[in-house]
Design a protein around this ligand. Structure first.
Ligand code: SF4
Length: 182
C-alpha cells in the first residue's frame, strides 16, 4: 500500500493545535500505518517543505515574512491543505494586533516601553522575521481545501477530520462537535 504523505506546519500560533494533534495518543500508531509524516515540528527536523505532499495541517495565522514564504511553498507543494485551528481559520489571538493598524505599535511596546535595558528593535537579518502589518488567516493568502476550527480542535475532532481523508473521503464538517470555534 502506498503511504499518504502527511505534513503539519506551524505558522503564527501557540503550538496548542499541535499539542492537540499529539493528544491523538495511541491512534498516532494507527495513523502511522497509513501515512509518512514528511514535515512537522513534532516529528522531523527537515527545514525544507518537500514536494508532492498529499495532506497538510497548517496551524497558525500568517503574521511575518517567514510565515508568508512558508505558506506559499506549502500551497505549491500540497494537494489538500487544512486550515488547522482558529488562528489559521480566523487569525484569532494572533490577529488581535490588527486593530492597531500596523506592526509598529506592537514592536514599540515590546522592545521599547516594556524594556529596562538597551531598548532596540532587533532588525538585523536572520534574527527575527519581519512582522507583517496585518495578520491574515491562511485562506486570505492561499486557497484551502478544508477548515478545521477550534482553539485548539480537540483530538477527537482532528481524528474525525483526518480518518475519512485516509480513505479518500471528505469529512463531514457539520454540527457543534466538528465546527465549533474556541
Ligand atoms: S487556535 Fe488556539 S491553540 Fe491553536 S495556535 Fe491558535 S491560540 Fe493556539
Amino acid at each position: 500500500m502506498k503511504k499518504i504523505k502527511l505534513a503539519t506546519v506551524w505558522l503564527a500560533g501557540c503550538s496548542g493545535c499541535h499539542m492537540s494533534f499529539l493528544d491523538l495518543d495511541e491512534w498516532l500508531f494507527k495513523l502511522g500505518t497509513f501515512v509518512d509524516i514528511v514535515y512537522s515540528p513534532v516529528a522531523c527536523d527537515g527545514k525544507i517543505y518537500p514536494p508532492d505532499v498529499d495532506i497538510c495541517l497548517v496551524e497558525g495565522a500568517v503574521a511575518n515574512e517567514d510565515n508568508l514564504a512558508l505558506i506559499l511553498q506549502v500551497r505549491k507543494n500540497t494537494k489538500f491543505l487544512i486550515s488547522f485551528g482558529d488562528c489559521a481559520v480566523t487569525a484569532n489571538v494572533t490577529g488581535m494586533r490588527n486593530s492597531l493598524g500596523s506592526a509598529d505599535p506592537i514592536l514599540k511596546r515590546s522592545y521599547f516601553e516594556l524594556v529596562d535595558v538597551n531598548p532596540q528593535i532587533p532588525l538585523e537579518e536572520n534574527i527575527l522575521p519581519k512582522l507583517l502589518d496585518r495578520v491574515s488567516p491562511v485562506h486570505e493568502i492561499v486557497p484551502v481545501e478544508l477548515y478545521l476550527p477550534g482553539c485548539p480542535p480537540d483530538a477527537e475532532r482532528i481524528r474525525a477530520t483526518i480518518e475519512p481523508l485516509l480513505k479518500d473521503k471528505k469529512p463531514l464538517m457539520a454540527g457543534r462537535k466538528m465546527i465549533k470555534f474556541g
